[in-house]
Design a protein around this ligand. Structure first.
Ligand code: SF4
Length: 386
């Protein structure tokens, strides 16, 4: 593990100008910036130009200074943007890079809270995938997850989610890669912060702004059925991933308290409706936990539950996170047992893949870097108090 230390992201918490709270570059949708520029007496077209330039490599407002000589911004517009729009709302306070190139960033927000975001290199040397958080902490209480141990603090704003995307684009660019796909699988349950998530996705996907494309984005949920229905209703072409982690409701409820509220059959019915409306397979996430959900009989039961659905099962290898909320110590399934589980699924017609385990030595499971940094900060504070 290397830990190059903290680096600036944007200019941090420039939240006040002239005594008033200002919005940051990442807070603006295209329509909002067009309206603002029009109110300032400038052509709205400059709004799309500025957003596109600022999102292209994650530079944000620094794009104002990078414009070539023949494409300079009107000087009075550039001056007013610098004066009235904050450059950023987050700064990088920790960065860990694993041997496989996985980079985990801890971003501190304007209110001092922190979130994690991760860049994962692709098999192709020039590509990478990003993973962003949607909330600070999480209320879902999944027993094997590090994030939930610190509880839920608050929803992220669309700007704070977008800020992670910009940071990932900068990180990708610095490592000679292009950020190709984005998943909402970091801290938090995206469907419990749906308005902000959708507003951020719109900016990130839109060709006039982030330009990543709808199909390059995956939104993951523990199975919040009203949220899945709301995603279906948007008509947008992103992917949906549903975390099942068990083939039956009783086992699932032990692992995910939310499982008591939404039965597997109802979740899959909602996923069916999403899939039917998009024509592309939903991903079923299944984190293998030794002796809990990884028996061959459970694989057979999962295949039966999925029936003939054209969904993809994504098998995840667990990164241990220590003692769980309910006092369990979950363990990683052995390679042999994982292979048997996958073979049982495939023998019954299910499409099953293993997701590559990323950056194990850098606390790659969500919430671990944040907890480690919080513990280090607490230790430092107590040292200072001595
Ligand atoms: S696994 Fe995801 S939904 Fe579950 S507690 Fe962790 S962050 Fe929340």
């Amino acid at each position: 593990m290397t830990r190059p230390g903290a680096g600036a992201l944007g200019t941090g918490a420039e939240a006040c100008v002239g005594g008033g709270v200002v919005r940051a570059f990442s807070d603006y949708s295209l329509a909002e910036l067009e309206k603002l520029f029009a109110a300032w007496g400038h052509k709205p077209v400059h709004a799309a130009r500025l957003l596109r330039a600022g999102y292209a490599d994650g530079a944000g407002l620094a794009a104002l200074d990078a414009a070539p000589a023949d494409r300079r911004w009107p000087e009075d517009l550039a001056a007013r943007v610098r004066e009235e729009i904050a450059a950023g709302r987050a700064e990088s306070v920790a960065r860990s890079v694993a041997e496989d190139g996985t980079a985990k960033l801890l971003l501190r927000l304007a209110d001092g809270r922190t979130v994690e975001t991760v860049l994962m290199p692709d098999f192709r040397a020039d590509r990478a995938a990003g993973c962003v958080s949607s909330q600070v902490g999480c209320a879902m209480g999944c027993d094997f997850c590090a994030t939930t141990k610190t509880g839920f603090e608050r929803n992220l704003t669309a700007g704070e989610i977008t800020e992670q995307f910009l940071a990932l684009r900068r990180e990708a660019r610095a490592s000679g890669r292009t950020l190709q796909t984005l998943v909402f699988m970091g801290m938090g349950e995206p469907l419990l912060n749906l308005d902000a998530v959708l507003a951020a996705v719109e900016r990130i996907a839109d060709n006039r702004v982030g330009g990543l494309g709808w199909r390059q984005i995956t939104i993951s949920t523990v199975g919040i059925i009203p949220g899945i229905e709301a995603l279906t209703a948007t008509g947008h072409n992103f992917h949906l991933a549903v975390s099942l982690h068990a083939p039956d409701d009783a086992t699932r409820a032990q692992l995910l308290p939310m499982g008591k509220r939404f039965p597997i059959a109802d979740i899959l019915a909602a996923a069916d409706r999403f899939q039917a409306s998009r024509g592309r397979p939903v991903t079923i996430q299944y984190c293998l936990l030794k002796g809990v959900n990884d028996a061959p009989a459970q694989a057979r039961q999962l295949a039966e539950v999925l029936g003939g659905r054209r969904m993809h099962v994504n098998l995840l290898r667990y990164n241990p996170t220590g003692l769980s909320l309910r006092g369990h110590t979950y363990e990683r399934t052995s390679d042999e047992a994982a292979d048997v589980f996958a073979a049982e699924l495939r023998a019954r017609g299910a499409v099953a893949h293993f997701r590559r385990s990323r950056g194990r030595e850098i606390d790659a499971a969500c919430g671990q870097l944040r907890r480690r940094e919080a513990a280090a900060g607490a230790a430092e504070r107590s040292t200072h108090n001595v």
